[in-house]
Design a protein around this ligand. Sequence first.
Ligand code: ATP
Ligand code: MG
Length: 230
Amino acid sequence: MNKAIELKNITKIYNHRVTALDNVSLTVNSGEFIVVMGQSGSGKSTLLQIAGLLDKSTSGTVLINGRDVSKLDKNQLAEVRKNSLGFVFQAFHLNSHLRLYENVMVPMLINEKYKKKSDMQKKAMELIEKVGLTHRVSHYPSELSGGEQQRVAIARALANDPDFILADEPTGNLDSKNELMIFEELKKLSKSGKGLLVVCHNDAVLDFADKVYIMKDGVLEEKNDEKQQS
Ligand SMILES: Nc1ncnc2c1ncn2[C@@H]1O[C@H](COP(=O)(O)OP(=O)(O)OP(=O)(O)O)[C@@H](O)[C@H]1O
Ligand SMILES: [Mg+2]
């Protein structure tokens, strides 16, 4: 089965008056790097939260790997979130009291797949190697650069081997060199078969994206290929 997040005719109205999303449809297939751009307040984070089952839409349907999530109870939703979705945020959200490998282990603590601490540690080491930080494994987040911290956050998002990674401005706090490094890391993940949904402000992401959408006042449009227009 093809794995996909499918949003169909999603509308989100906050407090009965703010229409943050207006009839948005979007599919993220496995192996795709999908980017959503758009101005501040246009609805990008709202879209990501609904796709990531962190919030509910006012109307419309969300399917994750073919399952209509409105039919799931709280526990089932948590299961889908845990097993299928990984999150990366602008502000990294690492635990400053935990070493790198411990940060990466956090999501494994609630996954019954991991029975032994040694298994978690082994997996955490593998993931840290994947993002090129083996030499820093016992350091604390405050001892790392912003780009390195975000790479740890990516490793942590991979802890439970999700089908999809949802990233909300993952490079918003980074300089352009670190930004490219993070995009390259994310691109590797999509090439390895994960579906990526990335919200970003910066045109630098365009070189990595398979498909780009623009959000305008809650309405999502596919970005036209400028080469075709001219
Ligand atoms: N919890 C909330 N309650 C009420 N209104 C909200 C809430 N969250 C967001 N909004 C409103 O919904 C709209 C979309 O917000 P959203 O956070 O999705 O925008 P965004 O595109 O992510 O912006 P930014 O680029 O600044 O992060 C905005 O008008 C915002 O004020
Ligand atoms: Mg936002």
